[in-house]
Design a protein around this ligand. Structure first.
Ligand SMILES: Cc1ncc(C[n+]2csc(CCOP(=O)(O)OP(=O)(O)O)c2C)c(N)n1
Ligand SMILES: [Mg+2]
Length: 332
């Protein structure tokens, strides 16, 4: 799906948002997709697409969202990195570590209401540079919240190596003193990822308190967008080659072939079905209308928006002149 999006991003330039692709990091969200239940919540960082699928949210609404159309998951107003699908209990967000804190809040809500379900936060190692991350971990440990923290440690935050930002690269060990049990693993071995996450999900579900799983993995693409951002050589070629040799999809396929659980015919059929679904999603997105002002109002949680109203009134007033400096806001 992401390869198809990359192929169509330029020169058409019809997608209305930046995209943080997650090619190379398929194993964690794929495993979660088999483990999470409808009542569970999943909060994701900016690299949303895998997690969106992990919660079973619809593919064509993702495409329409990326194309900025009214039929998108959020009416075309959120885009890739802030996409949510409320019915699926999936919520993405671009503020680093923000989704982790909201996940802790949701876990607290579930516990308080004695409701079924767990809260899962999916994020990168960069989120652990943020103080807010440690506040969430502290709260989860102190209150024994039903939350699973999943770190996809791909070593880089944009262009920045984790070992230039932090003393060590083992987040799993550092959450233990907060009362958060943890496990780290090679995150490109899909069956191992499934097994580890399965144990972690069960433990949190059974009321044993919070857990953190740290999966070491790698993004193949630029930090953001379809262009190659390797111009400043922030990642060694040997490292890129190592992780490409250890592609989670190829490793899984090799394993299944060795066990005789899958053959080439089945893979080809799967690939052509997926290609058909993707083509249908592109057609749906491109044929959908753009949002109107009415769409905006219907998605506004509160009708009381005094600051926005004042700005709009200012802009619409006949004597509005942006060169006269800052707009004066009515008191509210
Ligand atoms: C509070 C905040 N500060 C800075 C940013 C800009 N920003 C976006 S992604 C990113 C790096 C994220 O790295 P990581 O968490 O490791 O995730 P990855 O991109 O590697 O998947 C930064 C610094 C942001 N979105 N929010
Ligand atoms: Mg990272």
């Amino acid at each position: 799906m992401e390869e198809a999006l990359i192929a169509q991003y330029h020169p058409a330039d019809e997608m209305r948002c930046p995209i943080h692709f997650c090619i190379g990091q398929e194993a964690v969200p794929a495993a979660l997709s088999l483990l999470l239940k409808p009542e569970d919540y999943l909060f994701s960082h900016h690299r949303t697409h895998g997690y969106y699928f992990a919660k079973g949210a619809p593919l064509r609404e993702l495409f329409a969202e990326i194309y900025g159309r009214a039929t998108g998951a959020n009416g075309g107003l959120a885009g890739s990195q802030d996409i949510s699908h409320t019915e699926s209990r999936f919520f993405g967000g671009a503020i680093l570590a923000g989704a982790v804190c909201i996940a802790a809040g949701a876990a607290f809500g579930l516990q308080h209401q004695k409701a079924k379900g767990i809260s899962v936060a999916g994020f990168g190692e960069g989120a652990t540079d943020e103080g807010a991350f440690w506040e969430a971990v502290n709260h989860a440990g102190a209150k024994s919240l039903p939350i699973l923290f999943v770190v996809e440690n791909n070593r880089y935050a944009t262009f920045s190596d984790q070992l230039k930002r932090q003393q060590t690269d083992n987040i799993a060990e550092r959450v233990a003193p907060f009362g958060v049990k943890s496990q780290s693993l090679f995150g490109n071995d899909a069956p191992l990822v499934w097994k580890t996450l399965s144990q972690a999900v069960n433990s949190v579900r059974n009321g044993s308190g919070p857990m953190l799983v740290e999966a070491y993995t790698y993004r193949w693409n630029s930090h953001v967008g379809p262009e190659d951002d390797g111009f400043n050589k922030y990642r060694p070629q040997r490292e890129i080659d190592f992780w490409k040799r250890n592609c989670p999809i190829s490793l899984l396929r090799q394993k299944l072939e060795k066990l005789d659980w899958i053959d080439n015919g089945e893979v080809s059929q799967m690939e052509s079905e997926i290609a058909g679904e993707i083509a249908e999603c592109f057609a749906f997105a491109k044929a959908s209308p753009f949002p109107s002002e009415a769409n905006w109002h219907s998605r506004n949680f509160s009708n009381a928006t005094p600051v926005a109203d004042a700005l709009l009134a200012e802009e619409e007033s006949t004597d509005f002149n942006p060169s006269q400096g800052e707009a004066k806001l009515a008191p509210y």
